[in-house]
Design a protein around this ligand. Sequence first.
Ligand SMILES: Cc1cc2nc3c(=O)[nH]c(=O)nc-3n(C[C@H](O)[C@H](O)[C@H](O)COP(=O)(O)OP(=O)(O)OC[C@H]3O[C@@H](n4cnc5c(N)ncnc54)[C@H](O)[C@@H]3O)c2cc1C
Length: 322
Amino acid sequence: MGDIYVVAEHRKGEIRDITFEMLFKARELCQTFSGRLTVLLLAGKASGFADELAKRADRVLVFEDDRLETFNSDLYKEMVSRVIQEEQPFLTLMGHTSWGMDLAPALSITTGLPLATDCVDIRESGGRPVVIRQIYSGKVFSRVSFKESPGYLITVRSGAFLPPEDAETTPGEIERRDVPADLPEARRTFVQFVETGAGEIDITQADFLVSIGRGVGEEENIAVIRELADKMGATLSCSRPVVDRNWLPKFHQVGTSGKSVRPKIYLALGISGAFQHVAGITGAGTVIAVNKDRKAPIFRVADYGVADDLFKVAEALKQQLP
Ligand SMILES: Cc1cc2nc3c(=O)[nH]c(=O)nc-3n(C[C@H](O)[C@H](O)[C@H](O)COP(=O)(O)OP(=O)(O)OC[C@H]3O[C@@H](n4cnc5c(N)ncnc54)[C@H](O)[C@@H]3O)c2cc1C
């Protein structure tokens, strides 16, 4: 068996959470597969990421070059596949993100290694990795095994492995290398980051989400809940029907066709708890549900529940706030 490599992901000067999630899982897998943990960092000159990553891995393999400052699938594919071919890691993990979805299939072609995508768990069987993937919109978990190979590629779903806040840190070594002189020209060029518009929010980063479902009744009622959320310092999210009716933009949507979130508190108002929705809150801390139907499935996943009208509860909460 052997070593595990994680491709670090970063954006706009920050290491993305998916990197720490993969490192947390990879550390556990290193014990299972008796290997060392390397994080591969491709970044701009003096990115400053290596020290932070060295706390979570045995080795940080760093290539810093201005051409690598932003993700470029041509250059990243070239660099990562050269590292894989030279060092032959047993397992290479990437995020199932816009980076990984672009990079991983191309790497599988160039290296000839098998790839499993969008995995929510990685286990071991017979000395090989076995991955768990969700199919049929999260209704069924499938177990996927690989044919024997010298190495394996896996993309990991964001939020599938959540490191505890006090995750163990280890002082790893930092190995800096020069970008190969014969690195080909990229066919694609990074132009700019385009924000999705004024008022854009990132529900995946929120600590406290107040989430509304179809039970809110009509668009006009959203203002009441928005006001409550603002007062509580929470971010507004929603279920899919709210987006389908154009009551809120898509970036508010939680679930399999929306976003996976992991707030400390998730307050679900008028959400039934369909599996496509609940699949997006598996990483949430405390789930509080308000639904007038006491048999609503959301109560099965809620830590606290109120079987009552959501507007009554919203009003009562508002009264408690300054
Ligand atoms: C391929 C696919 C992907 C999908 N992806 C997603 C996804 O990413 N996210 C998602 O959310 N859904 C998704 N869905 C839809 C999902 O199946 C459900 O239809 C949806 O989650 C239901 O949303 P809801 O709970 O808001 O509405 P409903 O199921 O209609 O539930 C509304 C709830 O509000 C309660 N209620 C009504 N009035 C009040 C009131 N005044 N006070 C308190 N409670 C009240 C009702 O009792 C009910 O339980 C997907 C479906 C498919 C087929």
